[in-house]
Design a protein around this ligand. Structure first.
Ligand code: PEP
Length: 248
């Protein structure tokens, strides 16, 4: 692994203030952070507190609304996340797409709003098992990317990350082979260049789905894999640090 990998923990709907100790412990492993870029996305309620507790790692949200403010009960805007101390937001996670009916167009609107608010974004795409079995995975991902990515613009490469997360690999203990991951990342790279021209060649692409300390080295071995989006194994500093060490 030659490039500095980006390891992002998605805490999902886990964590009360007791979890701040985990954020602190990850942040205190500063020497590891020279080799690996690290971030966590806690629930909205912990974004501000995590930003205060952890000064070295990135802190982000897990979703945002596409308008700045208004009559949208229960929603949080990109500007609010930014104000709370977030530097990025995860968008289009398969759980948002499945549980909240988010479409590619919704994700794109959120992505444009987040960029406008000064946040970096991680746009998630991934095929279902049935789509993979039908040989449609690459076509499905290409369509998701074409519909979900933000409009072009200045210095976009620094702001956009794509996370390839096969739906069937999330929380299942199953992963694609390293070769399958490289093949999909190569296909995604082509789509990014198609969408953004040469600028698309340097957009970071992460793998996500059942990453743990044991499989990190193998799954992230190829340079085209820019890092990992980690769910379950990011919930304790011990297991997350295992992944960070393996990625470095
Ligand atoms: C995720 O939901 O983004 C994820 C990758 O989850 P897990 O690591 O638990 O499979």
């Amino acid at each position: 692994m030659s490039e500095r990998k980006y390891i992002v923990g998605n805490w999902k709907m886990h964590g009360t203030r007791a979890m701040l100790a985990e954020a602190r412990a990850i942040d205190r492993s500063a020497e590891r952070l020279i080799k690996v870029e690290v971030a966590i996305a806690p629930p909205f309620t912990l974004v501000h507190a995590c930003r205060k507790e952890a000064t070295l790692i990135g802190i982000g949200g897990q979703d945002c609304h596409h308008v700045e403010d208004g009559a949208h009960t229960g929603d949080v805007s990109a500007a609010m996340l930014k104000d709370a101390g977030a530097g990025f937001v995860i968008l289009g996670h398969s759980e948002r797409r499945a549980n909240h009916g988010e479409t590619n167009a919704d994700v794109k609107a959120k992505a444009d709003a987040a960029i406008a608010a000064g946040l970096n974004i991680i746009v998630c795409v991934g095929e279902t098992e049935a789509e993979r079995d039908a040989g449609k995975a690459e076509a499905v991902i290409a369509k998701m990317l074409a519909g979900s990515l933000p409009s072009g613009g200045e210095a976009l490469t620094e702001k956009v990350t794509v996370a390839y997360e096969p739906v069937w690999a999330i929380g299942s203990g199953r992963t694609p082979t390293p070769e399958e991951i490289v093949a999909m990342h190569t296909s995604i790279r082509k789509q990014l260049v198609k969408a953004y021209g040469e600028e698309g060649a340097s957009i970071r692409i992460l793998y996500g789905g059942s990453v743990n300390a044991e499989n990190t080295r193998e799954l992230l071995a190829d340079d085209i894999v820019g890092g990992a989006l980690v769910g379950g194994a990011s919930l304790s500093a011990e297991s997350f640090l295992g992944i960070i060490i393996a990625a470095g």
